[in-house]
Design a protein around this ligand. Structure first.
Ligand code: LHQ
Length: 252
């Protein structure tokens, strides 16, 4: 796991086991959990990018070294933990899917708030192919994104979904030619890092919107609007609109 924070507030987490297509072993789980904790605690972090070293994004569980831990414990202790961390982190998390993602590697991307795929990347719901079931939130994210029947097709057949198909299914936000992938990721990440204080509340609202009733979401929106309106960034945003210039947000 490699982590780097740039001057704009973009915190880049790189899964770094390219010889195993960045498949998860215990050390990589612990590295990801620690990196996400750091991103949460450090006020200088304004946006997180998760990507993979080498030709793959992430091949899911390392099937060559599952270790001694019972599988249920492995899922509960590690996979479920970082999926929940990504969704509850009040900062935008961008999946930069540089290459193939399989199994829990797809779930890692789908848990992120925005997904940019390189043209040559692909998603594979590999679980059923090895006799397992979708995990790491795949059963939550997939049917919400593509509808029940398509989700069943992807989960049961485990076929390779190209980046272009992923885009047309709503499984990613953007597909970028491979040679323009890094600049495109940097552009979105920089834009997110320069965003207003309200970004974290927007993320929380949309997440609640997936699960809660309209009444609960309306109440949450009203509360967030109250506190957002009191931020320096909202004052700056309105002032910039009146002065016909771009706002300069500071995250306060
Ligand atoms: C790998 C892996 C890998 C180890 C490539 N492990 N070495 C949760 C909890 C507990 C248990 C189980 O699962 C889970 C959740 C899950 O994530 S289940 C799903 C696990 N993942 C998979 O089933 C995907 C397995 N990988 C593949 O199907 C292919 O490697 C893909 C389609 C990702 C890429 O295919 P290729 O581009 O043809 O590459 P390759 O297969 O030749 O892989 C390159 C190397 O990486 C190779 O090693 P080698 O020493 O021969 O070069 C693979 O053995 C290794 N590798 N995935 N998951």
């Amino acid at each position: 796991m490699r982590c780097a924070l740039d001057g704009e507030g973009v915190f880049r987490i790189t899964l770094n086991r390219p010889e195993r297509l960045n498949a998860f072993n215990q050390a990589q789980h612990e590295g990801l959990i620690a990196a996400l904790q750091q991103a949460e605690r450090d006020p200088a972090v304004r946006c997180v990018v998760i990507t993979g070293e080498g030709r793959a994004f992430c091949a899911g569980q390392d099937l060559q070294s599952i270790g001694d831990m019972p599988i249920g414990d492995l899922v509960r202790r590690y996979y479920n933990r970082w999926i929940a961390q990504i969704r509850s982190l009040e900062k935008p998390v961008l999946a930069a899917v540089n290459g193939v993602a399989a199994g829990a590697g797809v779930s890692l991307a789908l848990a992120c708030d925005l997904i940019v795929m390189a043209e040559s990347a692909a998603f594979i719901q590999a679980f059923a192919r090895i006799g397992l079931v979708p995990d790491s939130g795949a059963s939550y994210f997939l049917p919400r994104l593509v509808g029940y029947h398509k989700a069943m097709e992807l989960a049961l057949f485990g076929d390779r979904v190209s980046a272009a198909e992923a885009l047309s299914l709503g499984l990613c936000n953007r597909v970028v030619p491979d040679d323009q992938f890094e600049p495109a990721v940097a552009e979105w990440a920089g834009w997110l890092a320069r965003g207003p204080r309200a970004v974290g509340w927007i993320k929380r609202q949309l997440n609640r919107g997936l699960e809660r009733s309209l009444d609960e979401v309306l109440a949450l929106e009203a509360y967030h609007q109250e506190i957002a309106a009191a931020t320096e960034d909202a004052r700056e945003g309105i002032r910039a609109f009146v002065e016909r210039r771009e706002p300069r947000f500071t995250g306060r």
